[in-house]
Write a protein that binds this ligand. Structure first.
Ligand code: PEP
Ligand code: MG
Length: 575
């Protein structure tokens, strides 16, 4: 049976392999008794959960291309019918009313009863339908639970060369899966700028997101092709199709190999404008990719990844050893160490914070200022590592000058402590801030005047400018770095740096996307930091660009408020 499902590609490439559904077991089933006045609201909650499950499954059905065989639609229709059946809709509601138990428990009682019936059937085919019951019930149970039901890395089995399908994945899961040699990822939720998607790109793992209900129509060991160029997953055993995709895979590999010729060439435009292309890294081992990528340094070390997948935080000594090893391995190339950006979707235990708006809460520098035990040891470790090579210290998510001055005071205090303890550090270590919040972009000149450098974090700048959660796939469509408001904030930041005589880099995903290279060059950006895997692609464009031809179109783009016109002008710029 061949069929394909569409998804949003967040990491390019083609993978061919077998499916591993990331099973997290059946959702927990709590059991409690309700007060009389809570019974009807509970019935309504149950009914909403069933509706939500139906909506998810229907959306999968809507994604089946017309050319697909009818059995896949029939398979989903069966589940939809089950959801509409009184056995699953009415009986649990009656149980809630008659016993006063909660919805999950009423559903579990009915699931057990139905599974028993199916298990006693003689027909082996009908016996397998019990799996469908479990599948459908689990769907409702998950709908009853909060959507932020983060995964725990403990659930991850070994799955080399597998295409992993999950509801959602945390960055911690992704790292573990990568270590287990998986070939590609597909999730039901998530967006292109989630840290998981960024990781997938940096690890060159093809990935699709936003495939709602995928786990209900895919099975373990299905042979599939994940096409990260066209955003589709093809379930097929067809030898000819597999052969064609293997050829495409080879073509990709050849394209990357051809870029290799640029590795030792400078990133310079045809009219001689030099550009710095640096790499973003998450873990010390990532610097191995730098040379191959022809990167001239590290423009962003996301140090929070050292804190993930472990029960105890790394202390000052451990951090110092790691930072020092990276500085030394870079052999004189610059290293920008970002202080901890924990919070929101990056948490130590992989569980997403349960506060109302984690992305707007105690995250990054806010968390560090709130928790000196987190901040001081890291600052000491970074400063001590600065003896061994060119290190810059960068603070994420700065939103006010009051915060900036607080940070500077603390850095001053930590320096003083180190002096008194006789520990060496670079007295003139450059200190900079990320421009990720509109308030910082609007005050960029004041930030630049008090700092040594700025770096624009477009992933968060887009999130906060557009007021959309970067991990929420339902608002993905608003996530556009070309939005005129975002472009203006970027331009303001670059101009502010120029006026203050302070370099402004960009380390958000926009910097590594070849569609934006000329636009950013034309806006005055000269320091790009990106996934190492994008460096040669971007260098290729830079080396084919005459910067003198850019200002006219870039000016038009910046003065346009019309999204279509901007797209059109960008196409002309890239022609
Ligand atoms: C950004 O926000 O653009 C950025 C580089 O930081 P992160 O993706 O780690 O939040
Ligand atoms: Mg950020």
């Amino acid at each position: 049976m061949n069929f394909s499902i569409a998804g949003l590609s967040v990491s390019q490439g083609i993978a061919i392999g077998r499916i591993s559904l990331l099973e997290r077991g059946s959702p927990d089933v709590p059991s409690y008794t309700l007060a009389e006045d809570l019974i009807e609201p509970e019935v309504e909650r149950f009914s909403r959960a069933v509706d939500k499950t139906v909506a998810q499954l229907s959306s999968v059905r809507d994604r089946i291309p017309a050319s697909a065989p009818t059995d896949i639609a029939a398979f989903i229709d069966t589940h939809l019918l089950m959801l509409d059946d009184s056995a699953l809709r009415k009986v649990p509601a009656e149980t809630i009313r008659s016993t006063g138990c909660n919805a999950e428990w009423a559903l579990k009682l009915q699931r057990d009863a139905l599974v028993n019936v199916f298990e006693e059937m003689d027909d082996p085919y009908l016996r397998t339908r019990k799996d469908d019951v479990i599948h459908v019930v689990n769907g409702i149970l998950r709908s009853l639970q909060s959507p932020e039901d983060g995964s725990s890395h403990d659930d991850v089995p070994v799955m080399s060369n597998r295409i992993v399908v999950a509801d959602d994945l945390t960055p911690a899961d992704t790292i573990l899966l990568h270590h287990q040699g998986i070939a590609a990822l597909l999730t039901e939720y998530g967006g292109p700028l989630s840290h998981t998607a960024i990781l997938a790109r940096s690890l060159r793992i093809p990935m699709l997101v936003g495939v709602h209900g995928a786990r209900q129509c895919l099975r373990n060991n299905d042979q599939v092709i994940l096409d990260g160029h066209f955003g589709q997953l093809v379930v097929t055993e067809d030898a000819e199709m597999l052969r064609q995709y293997r050829e495409l895979q080879l073509k990709d590999q050849r394209h990357f190999a051809s870029l290799d010729r640029l590795r030792d060439e400078p990133a310079v435009t045809t009219d001689g404008v030099e550009v710095q292309l640096q790499a973003n890294i998450e873990l010390p081992g990532d610097i191995e990719m730098l040379e191959q990528a022809g990167a001239t340094g590290v423009g962003l070390f996301r140090t929070e990844f050292l804190f993930m997948n472990r029960s105890q935080m790394p202390d000052e000594e451990e951090q110092f050893e790691v930072y020092r090893s990276v500085v030394k391995a870079l052999q004189g190339k610059p290293l920008t160490l970002r202080t901890l950006d924990l919070g929101a979707d990056k948490t130590v235990d992989g569980e997403v914070a349960s506060t109302t708006n984690p992305a707007l809460g105690l995250r990054a520098i806010r968390l560090c200022l709130h928790d000196p035990d987190l901040f001081y040891p890291q600052l000491r470790a970074i400063l001590r590592a600065s003896v061994y090579g060119p290190v810059r210290l960068m603070v994420p998510m700065m939103s006010s000058l009051v915060e900036l001055r607080q940070v500077q005071r603390i850095i001053g205090m930590v320096k003083q402590e180190l002096r008194q303890a006789g520990k060496g550090f670079d007295e003139h270590i450059p200190v900079g801030a990320m421009i990720e919040v509109p308030s910082a972009a609007l005050q960029a000149y004041h930030f630049a005047s008090e700092l040594d450098f700025l770096s624009i974090g477009t992933n968060d700048l887009v999130q906060y400018t557009m007021a959309i959660d970067r991990v929420d796939d339902e608002v993905n469509y608003l996530y556009d770095p070309l939005n005129p408001a975002v472009l203006r904030l970027i331009f303001l930041s670059l101009r502010a740096g120029k006026r203050a005589g302070v370099p402004v880099a960009m380390c958000g995903e926009m910097a590594g996307d070849r569609r934006f290279t000329r636009l950013l060059l034309g806006m005055g950006l000269r320091e790009f930091s990106m996934q190492a895997t994008s460096c040669l692609d971007v260098k290729d464009i830079i080396r084919q660009t005459d910067s003198r031809t850019l200002p006219r179109l870039v000016k038009q783009i910046l003065s346009s408020a019309d999204q279509d016109e901007i797209d059109h002008l960008l196409t002309q710029l890239n022609a």
